[in-house]
Design a protein. Structure first.
Length: 246
């Protein structure tokens, strides 16, 4: 609801970052926009947009081939068709196909989060994000995909991977209400796949992540789980990911 829809105009040069920032500042001084909204908006432009631009020019061309987790699964076909029972992904892909736009949380916590915890090859994920969005230019797309969602740079851009289970998506949206999967179930055929894939992702990448100060503590929770529970996570993930590939 609260998105500016200006990235396309900014990236193709019809708007400049400075005029957007000044416009927001002016609105604040006129009393027509509250300080927290104006601060947040200016931070997106100066903080994030300029930051990722800097990373791109600093780290290219090697940045494009980074793959910290050695993820090599092919991009599932439903990223193109939207044909999946996972309602959050189905809706985000359908809206993307219709509008060549998705807001940040759809890109980050649904489409990106799934690609991260399912271990999709960064090359495939980058190709998809570059093709489907009207605002996609490599200098801004690549750091967001390889750095922010896939942690393929090992933490150069972000301090932790944005991995999350279904409860986060449920908190931030109403997708789960109309999903064939049950967000509160952790294992089994009806469980939300984000729930077991999240833990399986952590278990698979323990060597890479256990020392990370922001996510490392999750291993304490994982280690407290019973062996049966860990086995269920691993089995459910294997069944789901095998089916994804076939
Ligand atoms: C996986 C992934 C891929 C992305 N790919 C692109 C892309 O190809 N092109 C693109 O412009 N943005 C990209 N973004 C950033 C962000 O999602 C879009 O800029 C935003 O959704 C555009 O919609 P808006 O104009 O309504 O943004 P708002 O939410 O209203 O934000 C205002 C402006 O802030 C800037 N901004 C906010 N966050 C970022 C960010 N992380 N990186 C760069 N600029 C930001 C944008 O210029 C945006 O127009 C990506 C984010 C993710 C997680
Ligand atoms: S239950 Fe899981 S798969 Fe379904 S919409 Fe919610 S997060 Fe997505």
């Amino acid at each position: 609801m609260y998105h500016a829809h200006i990235s396309f105009y900014l990236n193709c040069g019809l708007l400049t970052p400075l005029e957007c920032v000044k416009g927001a500042e002016y609105a604040y001084h006129q009393g027509s926009a509250p300080l927290n909204a104006v601060e947040g908006f200016i931070r997106q432009i100066i903080g994030w947009r300029e930051y990722v631009r800097g990373i791109y020019w600093l780290k290219m061309p090697s940045y494009a081939s980074e793959n910290f987790f050695k993820a090599d699964r092919k991009l599932p076909g439903f990223y193109w068709t939207g044909e999946t029972d996972m309602n959050c992904l189905r809706q985000c892909v359908s809206e993307t196909k219709q509008n060549a736009y998705a807001h940040h949380i759809q890109r980050l916590m649904v489409l990106g989060n799934f690609a991260l915890i399912a271990g999709i090859d960064p090359k495939d994920v980058n190709e998809w994000f570059l093709i489907v969005y009207a605002d996609a230019y490599e200098w801004v797309e690549l750091p967001n995909v390889s750095g922010m969602i896939l942690f393929a740079d090992g933490g150069y851009l972000a301090s932790k991977p944005y991995a999350a289970g279904g409860s986060y998506i449920n908190k931030m949206s109403n997708y789960c209400q109309n999903c064939r999967y049950k967000v509160k179930e952790k294992n089994g055929a009806d469980a939300c796949p984000f729930n077991y894939l999240y833990w399986d992702f952590l278990a698979r990448n323990r060597d890479e992540l256990s020392q990370n100060h922001r996510i490392g503590m999750m291993y304490k929770t994982y280690d407290r789980m019973s062996e049966d529970k860990k086995l269920a996570i691993s089995n459910d993930s294997k069944i789901f990911l095998d089916r994804l590939e076939s």
